[in-house]
Design a protein around this ligand. Structure first.
Ligand SMILES: [Zn+2]
Length: 119
C-alpha cells in the first residue's frame, strides 16, 4: 500500500539551495524532495547543467537514502514474487519511498534559495 506521498532526501547535492520534487513515473504522484544545486536548470533545453544532466546523481542519492524497490535479478518490484531471489521480500520493500526508476523520471520546483536542507 502506498500511503506516503513524499519523502525527503537529507543529503544535499551541490549547494542544496534549490529544492525540487523528483518523481518516478511508476510511483507518481508520490515524490522525493531533493535539495540540489541552485545552478542546475529545471529546463531540459537550458544551459548544459540541467537537472536532467544530474538525474543519475539524484537517483543514486535516493537509492542510498531509501533503497531500491526492484529485484536486481528479475527486475520486478519487491513483493511481486518475480523470482527465487525476491520471492520472500516484503511488499513494503517494493513501495515508495524505495526507488524505482521504471519508465522514467520527472521533477518540479518546490522552492529556490532555501537556507538549508531539513536535517
Ligand atoms: Zn526477482
Amino acid at each position: 500500500m502506498m500511503t506516503e506521498t513524499s519523502a525527503e532526501v537529507t543529503t544535499p547535492l551541490g549547494d542544496g539551495r534549490r529544492v525540487i520534487g523528483f518523481q518516478s513515473l511508476n510511483t507518481r504522484p508520490a515524490y522525493w524532495i531533493v535539495c540540489v544545486d541552485s545552478s542546475w536548470s529545471l529546463d531540459n533545453n537550458g544551459k548544459p547543467d540541467t537537472i536532467y544532466d544530474h538525474s543519475d546523481e539524484i537517483c543514486t542519492a535516493i537509492e542510498e537514502e531509501f533503497g531500491i524497490a526492484e529485484c536486481g535479478y528479475c527486475g520486478d518490484r519487491y513483493g511481486a514474487a518475480g523470482c527465487d531471489e525476491c520471492r520472500d521480500e516484503p511488499e513494503d520493500e517494493g513501495a515508495f519511498p524505495h526507488f524505482r526508476f521504471g519508465d522514467g523520471v520527472c521533477w518540479f520546483l518546490i522552492r529556490d534559495e532555501a537556507a538549508q536542507c531539513v536535517q
